[in-house]
Design a protein around this ligand. Sequence first.
Ligand code: ATP
Length: 536
Amino acid sequence: MSSNNENKYDEIINLSKNRGILEPTSEVYEGFAGFFDYGPVGVELKKNIEKAWWRFFVQMRDDVVGMDGAIILHPTVWKASGHVDRFKDQIVACTKTPSHKFRADHVIEEELGIATEGMSNDELQKLITENKIKCPVCGSLLGEVSDFRTMFETSVGAESSLIAYLRPETAQAIFADFRWVKRTSRKSLPFGIAQIGKAFRNEISPRNFVFRSREFNQMELEYFIHPDQKFECKYLGDKELGKSARFLDMRTQLKNMEQKEKKTGDEGISMTFGEALEKKVVAWREFDASRKILSEQSSPWHAYWLCKTLEFYTSIGINENNLRFREHVPDELSHYSKATWDLEYRFPFGWKEIVGIANRSDYDLKQHSKFSNKDMSVYDEAKKQNVMPVVIEPSFGLERAIMAVLIESYDRREGAGKDAGKSAGDEKVVLHLANSIAPVKVIVLPLEKKPEPVKIAHDLFEKLKGMYMCDFDESGSIGKRYARADEIGVPVAITIDNESLTDHAATIRYRDTTKQERVPISDIPDKISQIINSSL
Ligand code: ATP
């Protein structure tokens, strides 16, 4: 991490704490690793990102419906999905202090700077032994690498004999309810089911603030496609095909792993989605038992959902230069996947996944058909037979989205005069959040303490708060009030002064430019709507 980035990362964590965005839970008891609480500003930011996501992936589409499943599902769901047997991380502990536990792949990646995706316990062990990698906390020898199941277990009912799990992903409720949602929504293929909700993973070493937590939120879409149409995406038009993105595909990574030193295209190679399909960069791949590619064909539905994922992220203010798609290499691929791409953000601690976009094929529906004895296939009127849909799944992590937008929007600028709140040196912090996700949209600031202008300010505030999340601040100098609003990314501030009594106007001040304009008070609600809605 460069020191600049390191500062930014630390400053965001401080801002989060000081301005009520996020902070470790149960802070009065020294926190509880991997669990966080959202404060008054954070909860608004979270809800706004959820709202923006729901609007983009559900509300604006005729082919996607929503649902909200339980957190604790029937335990057999997790047997069918493969989680009971396979949802494991590789753990290694310190021989001197066994409470020092680490993910073996992370310890190696940090020490040697190499990728370890898909390595077996033996392979990781060999790397640790050969390179004499020690406990990162106390420097003692590390022990054996073993498996650790990362699903949280709980017991259900008075006798406590029924073991159930806190869901490690929201997706499985969608698959288990597929027949019910399809029937009640009267959708036909292709269509999607979306869900936003909590997920839980007993991460061995939660870290990087909320990036790797034990309780987090996912925003997931399972998109079901007729198997005969899996290579024809009717929504993929010129707009999507002509759009560019950065792709770091499986082959480039495998080549780079062999070369070890100079790595070409490591940041991802820029090309259009059309080119990515033509070159079979985005492809449906079949593998043999040893994970060698048997066949591949360009995968338009996968490209389409990659493109929509990118569009969503840019719509909430992330610069495309800080985003790339990285494909999972064969050893890293989940057992069900025919190809998985991560959308990665350039965090201060490196390129890291913020969304996983997997081709799950027909794996989940087949498994649930088998384990439940209920046929999950769909009747095809034309063919007069049942078919099993295939699935593309964009899976977003909400906490990672929050970290990305905070990092992206965080800025410091020269203080505005002697009264300005000075967050660091002579500079003050401003969050250039997209208007659609800003926690507070407008702040009303009465400049004078006299009852008449304060009443005008109150009346305006009453009107605006029915439209948007608004704030009212009458304490401290105007510079300090602007600075406090900038720090949490309030796009517009409205000041009411003595003159407002005679000219019936107020001053609108814009966060990003600090420019000001005088606007008749009666026009302000419409004006604010224009400003905020223009970014929706
Ligand atoms: P990683 O490789 O970083 O552990 P993953 O591949 O296990 O992530 P997925 O199973 O693809 O993650 O989950 C989908 C999304 O859920 C991720 O892209 C991420 O945004 C989010 N997510 C997963 N695990 C966590 C976690 N422990 N804390 C916060 N968000 C998470």
